[in-house]
Unconditional design. Structure first.
Length: 106
């Protein structure tokens, strides 16, 4: 499955547009990650635990996006946009939302 942020596929002909597809993942952060992230904020450095959660959420969202496109008969998703949001009480959850247009190209 070809996935791109561009609105066309250079050198390819789009035969059919299937419509918008979406992949979403919401990940909760636990208290231990929050505590260690707070310490990192004070002393500096990167928060490995949050980075891992972010990577995991992004991979899940991409997987959902491509599965939805494949189910429609598409072999590519174009015009992909990725959004990150902090949601929940006290910003305790991370949401990754990815959308694009499912297409079939030759």
């Amino acid at each position: 499955m070809l996935v791109t942020t561009t609105n066309n596929l250079e050198g390819k002909t789009i035969e059919q547009y299937y419509g918008v597809v979406v992949g979403e993942a919401i990940m909760g952060a636990n208290i231990f990650k929050d505590i260690f992230a707070s310490i990192r904020d004070i002393v500096g450095g990167r928060s490995g635990s949050y980075e891992q959660e972010l990577t995991k959420a992004r991979k899940i969202a991409f997987m959902e996006l491509t599965e939805e496109a494949r189910a429609m008969g598409a072999n590519a998703v174009i015009g992909v946009d990725i959004d990150y949001e902090v949601i929940g009480q006290n910003g305790s959850m991370l949401m990754v939302s990815i959308c694009g247009t499912a297409v079939r190209y030759k």
